[in-house]
Design a protein around this ligand. Structure first.
Ligand SMILES: N[C@@H](CCC[C@H](N)C(=O)O)C(=O)O
Length: 279
């Protein structure tokens, strides 16, 4: 069976998108996704994203497999790419500029802006240890600025769930972090029963932060949308940044706001189509 796909990226965080609107089961298995994501023997991507029929009254459902075949609950850059992909699929019949998308991390609402960017209502951040999940603190307590031993060093960490789990640590210089060695140690640390995405943050100004990320199931990526949102929330909780800021990632900037009015997090950034193909 031939399967058409479209390659997209959001600030270099790249995905293979598949039109899965005729079935509620992904047409590609996790094992196949690993092969497709391989940068030498496959198409090459950080993950495979499926546009499925909507559940619970939503317009569509998004599911995603990481490049290691695991299934995360949410993907921020991916949902912007999905919005662009859906607009393309709908073509002339499109009658709206925003979609309600069911994900395993909750309902998200990406909106296609007239300047080509996509703004996403990423919902409410979850902060309790039991919601992250982590055993770093009792389940009903927040994990803000707590010590965590990783690779013989004590890191000051804050944890935020933006649909998927994140551990954020603020450092003097993100460029000096040996991501390749330290990242996997955070990801597989026993205090994170479902593994973790880890963001290393440098405050340049209160409204401008640099970020590098080690993603659960994908390793080093050029950008992470949920990670940028979680990091801004962590920065606000620890008094390090404003509620609206630019997060500068290796792949480019994202605009993030944690609204004082509705307490929801909003992310704005690009979604770029790269090419189409057939498997
Ligand atoms: N790059 C994504 C996050 C993808 C999922 C992540 N690797 C996980 O396992 O939670 C983003 O832009 O949010």
């Amino acid at each position: 069976m031939a399967i058409e796909f479209t390659k997209y990226h959001g600030l270099g965080n790249d995905f293979i998108l598949i039109d899965n609107r005729l079935s509620s089961l992904p047409v590609v298995t996790p094992e196949q996704a690993i092969k497709l994501c391989d940068r030498h023997f496959g198409i090459g991507a950080d993950g495979v994203i499926f546009a499925l029929p909507g559940e619970n009254g939503t317009d569509y459902t998004m599911r995603i497999f990481n490049s290691d075949g695991s299934e995360p609950e949410m993907c921020g850059n991916g949902i912007r790419c999905l919005a662009g992909f859906l607009a393309d699929l709908e073509g002339e019949s499109r009658n709206k500029d925003s979609y309600r998308i069911h994900t395993l991390g909750g309902v998200m609402t990406p909106q296609l802006l007239s300047n080509g960017q996509v703004k996403v209502d990423m919902g409410l951040p979850k902060l309790l240890a039991g919601e992250i999940p982590t055993t770093l603190a009792p389940a009903e307590e927040k994990v803000i600025s707590l010590p965590l031993e990783v690779a013989g060093k004590t890191w000051d960490v804050t944890c935020v769930n933006m649909g998927n789990p994140h551990c954020i640590t603020f450092v003097e210089d993100v460029a000096a972090i040996e991501l390749e060695t330290i990242g996997p140690k955070f990801e597989h640390h026993p205090v994170f029963p479902q593994r973790i995405n880890t963001e290393f943050m440098q405050v340049v100004r209160h409204d401008y932060l640099k970020m590098r990320v080690w993603e659960r199931g994908a390793g080093i990526t050029l950008a992470c949308g949920t990670g940028a949102c979680a990091s801004l929330v962590a920065g606000v909780l620890t008094g390090k940044c404003d509620r609206t800021a630019t997060i500068e990632l290796p792949g480019g900037p994202l605009q993030i706001e944690w609204s004082e009015i509705d307490q929801r997090v909003y992310m704005t950034g690009p979604a770029q189509k790269v090419f189409t193909g057939k498997l």
